[in-house]
Design a protein around this ligand. Structure first.
Ligand code: TIU
Length: 222
């Protein structure tokens, strides 16, 4: 077993039964011209998560851990976009410099080059904020014998939080890496992380990539 210093206490896990989940590190959220920009956000606030996440990806790849990349978005005909979601984001499906916003198959919908998935890694398309809703994520994790998740990505208080809540209710133990997540609202990032580890870890654990890398049985270090 591996133990990582974390809040509210050490996160103990077996890398063989743990998956790294990288949530929605898509151009539409991290680069200008996409969904994040259309919502009025400063997308540069998310870029700090990229480098630490590259190190975590390298280490988890070296260990042969299960790696899941998620992408929020919709079918080209938007049959899976709830009218209530569209009503608060009428730019979904409209043209941008990087293609139709949040539409599968478009350049902007895909993951940023720095974190591109490798063959064999799962790329999970999801229509909602949570990674379990209307996807086969739980089935794949159960089939792979996964018990714990290391959760990263954007944004901390939206898709990361929703996914951690969904995972916690399904019995998965989640370590959220604070420096591998990001928000357009720094104060939301901080409070969202505190909400996870408060009350004895009500939804999970919060730690850092450097502490994870130091604990993993590999050569890669931050
Ligand atoms: N991936 C994700 O968090 N989707 C969002 O819409 N996030 C916002 O913060 N808007």
């Amino acid at each position: 077993m591996t133990a990582v210093p974390a809040e509210p206490g050490p996160f103990v896990f077996d890398p063989d039964t743990t998956a790294l989940v990288v949530i929605d590190m898509q151009r539409d959220f991290l680069e200008p011209g996409g969904f994040g920009s259309a919502l009025g956000n400063d997308v540069s606030l998310l870029s700090a998560a990229v480098e630490p996440l590259q190190r975590v990806l390298a280490a988890t790849r070296e260990l042969g851990m299960t790696i899941i990349h998620t992408r929020e978005g919709h079918r080209p005909d938007m049959a899976d976009c709830p009218p209530a979601k569209f009503a608060r984001g009428e730019f979904i499906g409209t043209d941008s410099p990087k293609g139709r916003i949040l539409i599968r198959g478009e350049y902007g919908h895909d993951i940023v080059d720095e974190l591109a998935p490798l063959p064999g890694e799962v790329v999970l398309d999801k229509p909602g904020k949570g990674s379990f809703y209307a996807t086969d994520l739980e089935l794949m994790l159960r089939n792979a014998g996964v018990k714990s998740l290391i959760v990263t990505g954007v944004t901390t208080e939206v898709c990361v939080h929703t996914t951690v809540r969904e995972a916690n209710d399904r019995g998965f133990e989640c370590l959220v890496l604070s420096d591998c997540c990001g928000s357009y609202f720094p104060e939301f990032h901080e409070v969202a992380l505190r909400m996870i580890s408060a009350q004895g870890g009500i939804f999970g654990w919060v730690g850092s990539s450097s502490d994870l890398l130091a604990a993993l049985p590999i050569g890669a270090r931050a």
